[in-house]
Design a protein around this ligand. Structure first.
Ligand code: FES
Length: 140
């Protein structure tokens, strides 16, 4: 398993490549293996193209437990970030995103995206470092 510092380094380097090449961001293969969501093959919420409201400008680490299910907030409106509290169901907000189910395959530290702009839901992919995200005002 990669150390937290190594994982953040991978994400940071990948983000630098994204800025330099001005092309679609891709996580390095080793980071993709590290940030794996076994539940993704049974759900579609992670594929909804619309991004949520920016909640924070840095990721949040949770020590997940093997076999436990986590529902990551994709809309950015939850008050229990980075996890869903059901706020996306508010009919007046007309939110298109749904929470992304994550089932931990082992006990480990997982960095969840808090800016809601990641392309690798529910994990941080470095998107929070983009100047537009850093300049944004918090969603609520
Ligand atoms: S509150 Fe954001 S996805 Fe449920």
């Amino acid at each position: 398993m990669l150390s937290v510092r190594s994982r953040i380094g991978l994400v940071t380097r990948a983000f630098s490549m994204r800025s330099a090449a001005a092309c679609k961001f891709r996580l390095p293969e080793e980071a993709k293996k590290e940030f794996n969501n076994p539940a993704a093959k049974y759900t579609t919420a992670q594929d909804i193209p619309e991004k949520g409201t920016i909640y924070d400008k840095k990721p949040f680490m949770i020590e997940v437990k093997k076999g436990k299910t986590y529902m990551w907030c994709a809309c950015g409106r939850s008050r229990k970030q980075p996890l869903c509290d059901g706020s996306h169901r508010n009919p007046f907000l007309r939110i298109k995103q749904r929470p992304v189910k994550f089932v931990a395959d082992e006990d480990k530290e997982v960095w969840f995206c808090m800016c809601k702009q990641t392309d690798h839901r529910p994990f941080c992919d470095g998107s929070h470092q983009h100047p537009d995200v850093q300049a944004a005002v918090r969603g609520h």
